[in-house]
Design a binder for this molecule. Structure first.
Ligand code: ADP
Length: 261
């Protein structure tokens, strides 16, 4: 619990700082990208400046996407929850995710039946899914497979008694599985910390998973990770179902797919 509190305070401080910087920086990138676009109107492909201007435009677009991650991170206090069917949210996002991960990686979606309704912020839930898929992509530079799966699971009293985060009831379980590089246990210990990254400078902010963690906590959910080097990683996210009741006895709470924490 102390760990979680420390984590929350750290995120709070980092969030405020990041928000301030990100906002100003976004404006600057807007100007840079805007002028590059304007200049491109005046030149054609034969002009030596054409490539350079395109590079500037690309870089400012990439910069803006990093900044929007920072902004999302710092804005995590404000959520606008609505009733959502996670299957519908994911269906609508699949094409965009396929674009993000590229053709060398396959993406399967296994939609759970009678999933139930969650009360959640649409944009933030999309962000969780995208962050997890982008990380999975980065863990599979030579290609691989991502499986996104939803399930309606019951957490019973026994389980809730032994797991501090859980209260009994029905949850939507979202899992994102990849068969990429995996992580060793020392890495896994740190992945939810702000700014922890193993990626090259400019490739990662280290904010993806702390954002995921923050969003899931705000939705009174829970996130777990199972990972094994050279085999792959599974992220599991539990989100409480609206009007859920723990009336049935069930052994549905899924265990680890393979090893890990
Ligand atoms: P970033 O992606 O910017 O590095 P994240 O917070 O999203 O920041 O991730 C932190 C670190 O967790 C990554 O740098 C990587 O080492 C590890 N990681 C996250 N997802 C995966 C995954 N699916 N497979 C292997 N490693 C992962």
């Amino acid at each position: 619990l102390e760990d979680q509190l420390r984590q929350a305070q750290k995120m709070e401080a980092v969030g405020q700082m990041a928000g301030g910087i990100a906002h100003d920086f976004n404006n600057l990138l807007q100007v840079i990208g805007g002028y590059a676009e304007l200049s491109l109107m005046g030149v054609d492909e034969t002009n030596p400046c054409w490539t350079a201007l395109n590079e500037i435009q690309d870089a400012s677009t990439r910069g803006k996407s990093l900044v929007s991650q920072l902004l999302a991170f710092s804005r995590r206090q404000v959520i606008h929850p609505v009733d959502l069917n996670l299957n519908v949210v994911i269906e609508r996002l699949l094409q965009m995710i396929r674009g993000l991960i590229g053709e060398h990686i396959s993406l399967d979606f296994i939609a759970g039946h009678n999933l139930g309704t969650i009360h959640a912020d649409h944009g933030l839930i999309e962000q969780v899914l995208m962050n997890l898929c982008v990380n999975a992509r980065d863990a599979m530079p030579d290609g691989g497979k991502i499986i996104v799966e939803t399930e309606n699971v019951l957490i019973d009293g026994d389980y809730a008694n032994t797991h501090a985060w859980a209260s009994p009831g029905r949850y939507v379980l979202l899992s994102v599985t990849d068969n990429g590089s995996g992580m060793d246990s020392r890495t896994v210990e740190h992945i939810f910390e702000p700014f922890f990254t193993t990626k090259e400078v400019g490739k990662g902010t280290g904010l993806g998973l702390s954002t995921v963690f923050g969003i899931v906590k705000q939705h009174e959910g829970h996130v777990t990770v199972y990972s094994e080097l050279e085999k792959g990683t599974v992220f599991k996210i539990y989100l409480p179902i609206v009007g859920r009741k723990a009336t049935e006895i069930s052994r549905e709470v899924p265990g680890p797919v393979f090893g890990g924490t």
